[in-house]
Each structure stands twice: as C-alpha cells, then as structure tokens.
Design a binder for this molecule. Structure first.
Ligand SMILES: *[C@@H]1O[C@H](CO)[C@@H](O)[C@H](O)[C@H]1NC(C)=O
Ligand SMILES: *[C@@H]1O[C@H](CO)[C@@H](O)[C@H](O)[C@H]1NC(C)=O
Ligand SMILES: *[C@@H]1O[C@H](CO)[C@@H](O)[C@H](O)[C@H]1NC(C)=O
Ligand SMILES: *[C@@H]1O[C@H](CO)[C@@H](O)[C@H](O)[C@H]1NC(C)=O
Ligand SMILES: *[C@@H]1O[C@H](CO)[C@@H](O)[C@H](O)[C@H]1NC(C)=O
Ligand SMILES: *[C@@H]1O[C@H](CO)[C@@H](O)[C@H](O)[C@H]1NC(C)=O
Ligand SMILES: *[C@@H]1O[C@H](CO)[C@@H](O)[C@H](O)[C@H]1NC(C)=O
Ligand SMILES: *[C@@H]1O[C@H](CO)[C@@H](O)[C@H](O)[C@H]1NC(C)=O
Ligand SMILES: *[C@@H]1O[C@H](CO)[C@@H](O)[C@H](O)[C@H]1NC(C)=O
Ligand SMILES: *[C@@H]1O[C@H](CO)[C@@H](O)[C@H](O)[C@H]1NC(C)=O
Ligand SMILES: [Cu+2]
Length: 534
C-alpha cells in the first residue's frame, strides 16, 4: 500500500475531522466487511494536558490519538507519516496480525523503524473484536503521547442489547519531562536500586489538573486545568471501555455510587460480574456496563494510582486522578459531592480472575510443552540495573529485525535477542517465575493466553491447582512480586512475537523475549515490498 503524500498535505492543510475527544461517541457497527483507512501523522506539539505546558508527541495534532474503529472482518489501514526527527513505529496492541506478522510494529523484532519524514502503511485484517489500543513501540515514545484507542465491534456481540451507548476511558500516567532524559537517568549506574521514574500526574482521556506550586520555577503552568467530562442520560446504560495506557503506574478505576458489571476482558466476552472498583494494570482493558440510574447530578469518576507499587514515593504527586460524570439536565457549576465506594481492594494485583467466567464455554487443549522463564533484575557489568529473562537481558538491535533474519533463512540468533523458536503448532505453557520484588504486567504479541494460575510470594507453581476448565483469556497479565504465573497459548500464528513486561522502563532495561513461531510457515508468506524497503 503506497501512501500518497497528497493525502498528508490535504490533511495538514484542512482542520482534522477526527473528533477531539471520545468521551461519548456513536459506534458504527456493521456486518459489511470494509477497508477502513486512517491517517496517522506523528509530530511534536506544545500542549498542556494537565495545565503544565510541555513539548510532546501528538497524533494528527491531538492527544490522545484519534479513535480507530473497525468491525470484525474489516481490513484496517494505518497510514503513518513520521514528522519527528527520530524513527517511530505503530503497534496495534492485541491485534493478532495473522498472516501479516510484518505489521506488528516492533522495531528490532518485526520491522525497521519508520525514518524521519517518511511514511509507512500498516494493513491487516481484523478477525477479532473488543477493546484495544495502539502505540509507538520505539524507545519510550508512547510515554510522551503516541497512544490512542482501537475498538473492534462485533455485530454478534451477545451484550449488544444490554447497553444504549458507549464511552471510552483512557487512563494513563503522565510525566512532565521528556522521555529521553528520564530514560538516561533510569539506565544509569547512579540509579543503584533501578528505581523507575515516578510520574508527575495521571490523566483520564488526556486531562487532569495539577498543583502548579510543585512545578519547577519558570515553567508555564495553570493549576485549574479542566477535568474530563462524561455525560450520562438518566436511565441509559453505558458500555464503558477502560484502557490503561500507563507506562508505569497501576490504577483502580471507579465511579461513585455506580456499580459496574464487567463483560469483556481484552477481547474475551465474560459473564456479568458486578464490582465497585476495578484494578487495571498497564496495557490491560475491560468493558463494564454502568446504568445511569442515580439522582440527576454530578459524580466523581476516580482513577487511583496505586502508589504502593511505585518504586519511589513523591510528595509532588496527587495519586487520585479524577473526571466528572454529569447527568444531562443537571444545572450546577460546583464540583461533585459524591462519596467514594468504601471498600479498598488489595494493592497491585489484577481483578481476581477466579470471579471472571468466559461467556462461551472453553475448550482448553492439553499442554504439549512447558517453558520455564525466570525473571530477575540485577546490575550489568557497567553497574546499570537491567531486567533479565533466564539471566539474559534483551539488547535492541534496531537495524536487524528478527523477522528479516527469518526471511533470510537464519536459524540461530544472538543470545541477547532472547529468541525462543517454536517449530510447530503446539500448545505451550509459559511458567513464569518473578524473582523481582516488583509487579510485572507481561504482554504476549500475536496471541491471547489462558491464565491458568497466578501465585503470590511464598507459593510455587503447582499444576494440581491450575484452572484448566474455565480460565479467562487475555493478552496482558500482572505477575505478582516474587510470585508466578502460568499462561497457556497455541502457537498457531506464524511470526515473530514479542513477550515482554509492559512497564515501558522495563522494556528499555531488557525484560523482553521473542518467540519465532513456525519459521518454515513464515517463509511461505510473502512480505510486502514497502516493508522490505524500510
Ligand atoms: C468532549 O465531549 C463531550 C461530550 O460530547 C463534550 O461535552 C465536551 O465539550 C467535549 N470536550 C471537548 C474538549 O471537545
Ligand atoms: C477468524 O476467527 C475465527 C475464530 O474467532 C476462526 O474460526 C476463523 O478461522 C478466523 N478466520 C480467519 C480468516 O482467520
Ligand atoms: C525533569 O525536569 C526537571 C525540571 O526541568 C529537572 O529539574 C529534572 O532534572 C528533570 N529530570 C530528569 C531525569 O531529567
Ligand atoms: C499545592 O501545593 C502546595 C505546596 O505543597 C500546598 O501548600 C497547597 O495546599 C497545594 N494546593 C492544593 C490545592 O492542593
Ligand atoms: C494502569 O496501570 C498502571 C501500571 O500498572 C497502574 O499503576 C495504574 O493504577 C493502572 N490504572 C488503573 C486505573 O488501574
Ligand atoms: C442501579 O442499577 C444497579 C445495577 O446496575 C443496581 O444494582 C442498583 O440497585 C440500581 N440503583 C438504583 C437506585 O436503582
Ligand atoms: C530457561 O531456563 C530453563 C531451565 O532453567 C529452561 O528449561 C528454559 O527453556 C529456559 N527458557 C528459555 C526461554 O530459554
Ligand atoms: C531464578 O533465578 C534466581 C537468581 O538466579 C534463582 O535464585 C531462582 O532460584 C531462579 N528461579 C527459578 C524458578 O529458576
Ligand atoms: C548469569 O550470567 C552471569 C554472566 O553473564 C554469570 O556470571 C552468572 O553466574 C549467571 N547466573 C546464573 C544464575 O546462571
Ligand atoms: C516474599 O516473601 C519473603 C519471605 O516471607 C519476604 O522476605 C519477602 O520480603 C517477600 N517479598 C515481597 C516482594 O513481598
Ligand atoms: Cu516490568
């Protein structure tokens, strides 16, 4: 797919027609199989999401990036133009890329980066539905704004009749510094404990306020920046799609006085499960149904950053990120007076998956082989604390992506690429032991996995206690501090698939491995010319 520069010139010269926010929108559900084309122009702009003015990355001049909508069965085309000085890339998080592994968007693994002032089109079939997101997979760029929601609708979704409207809530942490100096300070021998940079703030749909007396002297900052606003119509039922695009912080999401029913976990439809507070880790997504059945008024939406899981505490961080839910017909300028739910969930863990049941019956295949992975952190020879998989830290080789090597008939890979080859279509259990005292939300590209078991510190994996009957399937799971997880997946998707901790700082410090799945089948695929040209 060639991208005409004319499209970009047109897009740059007329105001963008993308909605400026997606606090409420109308979904375009259809059974037709179309090709949906989106232009994604990545550039630097000066914005103040929380009142603190900084130069940051934007997509089509906006932040968060535009909403991408497809129907199950559609072909999605993302025409990316890189207006930055650095290379970039776009990864569609959770998309399987079956038959198009070269469009997974991971420099060093599936492609060369998109050079400055150049364009590249990702084109793939979406044969799945649910709540997803897209982000840059280059350096720590997504921390600075290259993120947006990606929703795939299913005309056969069993819950379609159970809600009247949809709302997207994008949660993230926010730094006031550029990502490169933060990264340099993190990956430095002086950082003896390997402490991750503490965020300055959190955002809901790109908004929050900030106490500017905490900002460094000379910065441009206004303290009362507006919060995100969500409009409820009394009596309506909303499907709220919650996406956590954080780099580091974990949040607990809730709406005062409104219970929520979980119905989707990362593309898997679940039986209804009523909760008051939802812990949601980096890169995870849920759909909940909320009924606007309270008195017409204003209510707080809360996204509480779990500071207990942050490495360093900060006096200059307000961990309670808020937005406002306002019923239509309410006429009062004041802040909401609503009260938070009383119970406090356990810190730094996923929503208890034993309470989540798949909507459709599962047929879990038996395991063919078990892969043991040991996660540790320790200083390297230069005293820089890095993350290790089986005592091997991943080193990015941006110029020689693994997928190129597969096409060039390479069968052995440098040790620091952490490549694991799966020759055949097999049922694989990843037995992951976390020897670190922090949480690690692990994400597998190109697949979902069944979460057969999660164990806390002090327990060890035991097949006797795994759930092989009705576990949920997802693509990102939180592994507890010094705990473990057993994840089962079917290696039926030929390609190069990253498996990594989604804490962006840990990606940079090497907590990454790659599966090369069915290399013989990969070589039977025909990679596009434009990809080879990158
Ligand atoms: C976002 O959408 C909501 C609901 O349609 C609207 O009230 C609000 O003004 C919008 N905000 C911006 C900045 O466009
Ligand atoms: C689409 O996904 C369904 C399962 O959801 C699978 O049965 C079918 O084979 C897939 N089709 C293609 C073309 O991959
Ligand atoms: C972040 O920015 C502040 C204010 O400009 C500066 O004092 C601090 O050194 C920066 N931190 C890093 C890690 O660059
Ligand atoms: C902002 O921070 C200053 C200094 O820590 C504090 O005195 C003040 O109360 C804070 N303002 C608000 C509204 O929290
Ligand atoms: C999003 O994930 C980050 C990182 O794990 C976490 O700190 C934050 O609390 C999560 N957000 C919510 C709303 O759960
Ligand atoms: C509102 O709906 C929820 C179910 O979503 C229900 O549990 C609750 O009792 C209802 N509240 C009122 C005031 O009707
Ligand atoms: C990690 O080491 C274990 C043995 O301790 C081995 O069984 C496993 O295959 C290794 N994992 C990888 C990804 O190489
Ligand atoms: C993982 O590595 C650590 C450090 O080398 C070691 O103490 C621990 O026993 C290993 N765990 C497993 C399950 O191999
Ligand atoms: C890990 O690797 C280092 C050298 O790279 C070696 O010194 C150390 O013994 C290894 N540790 C284990 C547990 O294998
Ligand atoms: C795990 O348990 C051991 C033994 O009880 C304890 O020393 C250690 O601090 C615990 N680690 C974490 C991260 O809680
Ligand atoms: Cu991690």
């Amino acid at each position: 797919m060639l991208v005409s520069i004319l499209t970009f010139l047109l897009l740059l010269s007329i105001p963008s027609s993308f909605p400026k926010n997606f606090s409420s929108y109308t979904s375009h559900l259809s059974k037709r199989h179309d090709t949906k084309v989106y232009d994604i122009i990545i550039s630097k702009e000066t914005l103040a999401p929380d009142g603190f003015t900084r130069e940051m990355y934007t997509i089509n001049g906006q932040f968060p990036g535009p909403l991408i909508e497809v129907n199950k069965g559609d072909t999605l085309v993302l025409n990316v133009y890189n207006d930055l000085e650095d290379e970039t890339s776009i990864h569609s998080h959770g998309m399987f890329q079956r038959g198009t592994p070269w469009y997974d968007g991971v420099p060093g693994q599936t492609q060369r980066g998109i050079p400055s002032k150049k364009s590249f089109a990702y084109e793939f079939k979406v044969n799945q539905s649910g709540t997803y997101w897209y982000h840059s997979h280059s350096n720590a760029q997504y921390i600075e704004g290259i993120v947006g929601p990606l929703i795939a609708y299913d005309p056969d979704d069993p819950y379609l009749e159970d809600y009247d409207d949809e709302i997207i809530v994008l949660l993230q942490d926010w730094y006031h510094n550029d990502s490169n100096p933060l990264l340099a300070a993190f990956m430095n021998p002086a950082n003896v404990d390997g402490d991750e940079p503490t965020p300055d703030n959190g955002l809901i749909n790109g908004k929050n306020s900030y106490n500017c007396s905490w900002a460094p002297a000379g910065s441009k900052c206004v303290s009362d920046a507006p919060l995100a606003l969500f409009k409820f119509v009394q009596g309506k039922r909303y499907r709220i799609r919650i996406i956590n695009t954080s780099a580091f912080a974990e949040f607990i999401f809730s709406i005062d006085e409104h219970p929520m029913d979980v119905i989707e976990v990362e593309g898997m439809i679940t039986k209804r499960h009523t909760i008051h507070r939802l812990p949601i880790n980096i890169a995870q997504r849920y759909s909940v149904i909320v009924t606007a059945n309270q008195t017409i008024g204003k209510y707080w939406m809360r996204s509480e950053m779990e500071t207990a899981c942050l490495a360093a505490q900060s006096d200059h961080l307000n961990p309670l990120v808020k937005a406002i839910v306002e019923y239509e017909g309410y006429d009062n300028d004041g802040d909401p007076k609503s009260v938070a739910w009383a119970e406090t969930p356990e810190n730094c863990v996923d929503l208890d998956s034993s309470n989540l049941k798949p909507y459709n019956e599962q047929n879990i295949p038996d395991v063919d082989y078990k892969l043991i992975i040991n996660v540790t952190f320790h200083p390297d020879d230069n005293g820089i604390v890095r993350g290790y998989i089986n005592n091997s830290t991943y080193i990015l080789d941006a110029k020689h992506p693994t997928l190129h090597k597969v096409f060039n008939n390479v069968n052995e890979y440098p040790a620091d690429q952490n490549v694991y080859i799966i020759e055949k279509n097999k049922v694989v259990d990843i037995i992951l032991s976390n020897n670190d005292d922090g949480i690690h939300p692990f994400h597998l590209h190109g697949h979902v996995f069944w979460v057969l078991g999660i164990g806390q510190n002090g327990t060890s994996p035991d097949y006797k206690f795994l759930n092989t009957k009705d576990p949920i399937q997802r693509d990102t799971v939180t592994v507890p501090p010094q705990g473990w997880a057993i994840l089962r997946f079917v290696s039926d998707n030929p390609g190069v698939w990253g498996f990594h901790c989604h804490i962006e700082w840990h990606v940079q410090s090497g907590l990454v491995m790659e599966f090369v799945t069915q290399p013989d089948k990969i070589r039977e695929l025909k990679a596009p010319y434009e990809w080879e040209q990158l």
